[in-house]
Design a protein around this ligand. Structure first.
Ligand SMILES: C[S@@+](CC[C@H](N)C(=O)[O-])C[C@H]1O[C@@H](n2cnc3c(N)ncnc32)[C@H](O)[C@@H]1O
Length: 291
């Protein structure tokens, strides 16, 4: 028997959301397994706590996944068998106007995933330099008209509502892109900036991988090309043989690499996208700890 399977298995759903992945995992895990859930959103954690009170295998934690090592250490866990990161916003965050993530409904310009953090979208947009706003829209939103939009935002300040921001962005666009809402890229960029999403991912990947036991797996679902590129490079680097002097008498099987790519990129199937249109840009990659 694989020794890993005779141990008590411990998994981490580090982006609990509303627990779709957690529930699917619990359906597969034995009665003595453990599932640690993490989310930075207090509303998600409240749902996770309900799940924990109904299922003794679950422990619900509030925090950032970049802090996974400390969260696990506080629970007395040194290593785990699997971690899943499902990046970005959850549907409840997007669909709830008071959270301020969506340009489709009016709400306060908030966009904080963690309601206990200080920086709201309104605070940043009303105080940041025009050049900083432009850079964020260009890099994180890949917005071609970033400078025009940043200028329009600064002229329209103070902004307090999502609808105001959507209107400013719409007016600043030289022409409309058919089938794409004018504000998609701006809202995505502001959200990623407010929640430090790329930095979280960079730190979270290393932190999650280092918590894995040998043969443990890290699965990452990303929705943004910058994120997917980061995940791809991270996995490639782990699976790469170290550069050794040419004449060393070593067989390739003797060269130790830290990680092994298991799967990816995997995209959602047509039927999955039909059931959940937001899955159309999802990309799954999996890496296993080899050493
Ligand atoms: C796409 S949703 C996850 C949906 C989840 N898989 C489900 O089945 O419901 C992403 C979740 O991750 C959380 N999140 C995003 N970045 C995070 C981070 N750095 N640390 C902890 N949670 C984070 C968000 O608050 C959100 O609830």
């Amino acid at each position: 028997m694989n020794p890993a399977l005779s141990e008590q298995l411990v998994f981490v759903d580090a982006t609990f959301g509303r627990g779709g992945h957690s529930r699917a995992l619990l359906g597969q895990l034995s009665p003595d397994a453990r599932l640690i859930t993490i989310d930075r959103d207090l509303e998600a954690v409240a749902v996770a706590r309900e799940l924990a009170s109904a299922d003794p295998r679950v422990t619900a934690c509030h925090g950032r996944f970049s802090d996974i090592s400390r969260i696990l250490a506080d629970l007395g866990l040194a290593s785990v068998h699997g971690v899943i990161l499902d990046l970005g916003v959850s549907s409840p965050q997007l669909n709830e106007p008071r959270r301020g993530f969506s340009f489709r409904t009016d709400g306060p310009l908030d966009m904080r995933m963690d309601q206990s953090s200080e920086l709201t979208a309104a605070k940043w947009l009303n105080e940041a330099e025009e050049s900083e706003i432009g850079a964020v829209l260009k890099i994180l939103g890949e917005e071609r008209h970033a400078r025009r939009i940043a200028k329009a935002i600064v002229l329209a300040r103070p902004l307090t509502r999502t609808r105001e921001l959507a209107e400013v962005v719409s007016r600043a666009q030289p022409r409309r892109t058919p089938g794409k809402h004018d504000s998609t890229r701006t809202f995505q960029a502001v959200r990623m900036h407010i929640n430090n999403e790329l930095e979280e991912l960079e730190q979270g990947l290393s932190a999650a991988f280092s918590c894995l036991t040998i043969a443990g797996r890290l699965a990452v679902i990303s929705f943004h090309s910058l994120e997917d590129r980061m995940v791809k490079r991270f996995i490639r680097k782990l699976a790469q043989a170290p550069s050794l002097p040419r004449r060393l008498p070593l067989r390739s099987s003797e060269i130790i690499v830290p990680g092994r790519k298991v799967a990816g990129p995997i995209r959602a199937t047509a039927s999955e996208t039909r059931d959940n249109p937001r899955a159309r840009s999802a990309m799954l990659r999996v890496v296993e700890r080899a050493a």
